[in-house]
Design a protein around this ligand. Structure first.
Ligand code: IPM
Ligand code: MG
Length: 361
């Protein structure tokens, strides 16, 4: 099979973990005889430095042509005070929107070998296995009007949380489809006791649920969900929620997995005429400039994102499962980076990538 993949390493540890993701991708392509065609592009802080904009036209063109895009992380401290349009994160948000990847799938699971890496008690996190489906191209991240109007003490900042029925319907269907292949339970998360936006969300989710009678649906308010994630994480199978709530809850989910470095993500949009899903794959973690360039970032989120790419964009189930199994084997071997608090000397980013390839065989 031809695998046309665009790689956008980005900033900070993004370049290091992406290198290991690509290494695993090359390994899989060689082992299963796929033709891997890689292109590399600029996005985020590095793109601002080299082209003056976080989302160059060339990157948009490359992403539209690729079957799938693998990304690192975006953000650099020198842009902390830059206006929103000149920030690295803007590149990421613009790319998500340009590709129309409206469903962000963020699996969160605990590994038996890593229970001690979580600050939570083992008996609470053991066996937790969920997937957060975060709406990714709507809501307060993109709503207008937005901006800051300067006026002394009356200076005002506005953001708008907006969803259409259509936007809620398509991401809900994605969540129910996923639930059907799992434990058949969707928990929709909103703030419908306060926000009209959430009231529409809940109404539409209930309607879509009727198309999936075999899937159980329940609702949680986002504040309660934040608490239940810690108190009783095993109660969750698929969490369906809007953009900003999903952003926040998925970082909380990282605490269950032991480290945010572990978490992969897949952002999926509609199907291309070829039948392939448009997909953007990235670890959930950020660019972590404080540890960049030290070969100590955890590449397993990036490598897990490669597994997700093989599965969702290319339908390569066997290859994806082999990568996932290799991740599990490496975790069991204890050759893990410092964030997972190994008992012996921590492994480097490169060593973990190498170990995953070796475990794939
Ligand atoms: C994420 C990140 C991004 C987001 C930032 C970097 C813009 O936090 O992917 O979770 O908020 O979506
Ligand atoms: Mg986030």
């Amino acid at each position: 099979m031809d695998l046309n993949v665009l790689v956008l390493p980005g900033d900070g540890i993004g370049t290091e973990v992406t290198r290991q993701g690509v290494r695993v991708l090359r390994h899989v392509a060689a082992k299963w005889n796929h033709q891997l065609n890689l292109t590399e592009g600029l996005l985020g802080g590095i793109a601002i430095h080299k082209t003056g904009t976080p989302f160059p036209d060339e990157t948009a063109r490359l992403a539209a042509q690729a079957d799938a895009t693998l990304m690192g992380a975006f953000g650099l401290p020198e842009f902390d005070n830059a206006p929103p349009d000149k920030r690295p994160e803007k590149g990421l948000l613009a790319l998500r929107q340009a590709l129309g990847v409206y469903a962000n799938l963020r699996p969160v699971r605990t590994y038996a070998s890593q229970l001690d890496a979580s600050p939570l008690k083992n008996h609470l996190v053991e066996g937790a296995d969920m997937i957060i489906v975060r709406e990714l191209t709507g809501g307060i991240y993109y709503g207008t009007p937005r901006g800051i109007t300067e006026d002394g003490a009356e200076t005002r900042a506005v953001n708008t949380m907006t969803y259409t029925r259509r936007e809620i319907e398509r991401v809900s269907r994605m969540a129910f489809h996923l639930a059907r292949a799992r434990r058949r339970k969707v928990t929709s998360v909103d703030k419908s006791n306060v926000l009209e936006n959430s009231q529409l969300w809940r109404r539409v989710v209930i309607e879509i649920a009727r198309e999936f009678p075999e899937v159980e649906l329940d609702h949680l308010l986002v504040d309660n969900c934040a608490m239940q994630l810690i108190l009783n994480p095993r109660r969750f199978d698929v969490i369906l929620t809007e953009n900003m709530f999903g952003d926040i809850l998925s970082d909380e989910g990282a605490v269950l997995a032991g480290s945010i470095g572990m978490l992969p993500s897949a952002s999926i949009g509609d199907r291309r005429p070829s039948g392939a899903w448009v997909g953007l794959y990235e670890p959930v973690h950020g660019s972590a400039p404080d540890i960049a360039g030290q070969n100590k970032a955890n590449p397993l989120g990036a490598i897990g994102s490669v597994a997700a790419m093989l599965l969702y964009s290319f339908g390569l189930k066997e290859e994806a499962a082999a990568v996932d199994r290799a991740i599990e084997a490496v975790l069991e071997s204890g050759r893990v980076t410092a964030d997972l608090r190994p008992s012996g000397a921590p492994a480097t980013t490169e060593q973990v990538g190498e170990a995953v390839c070796a475990a794939i065989g």
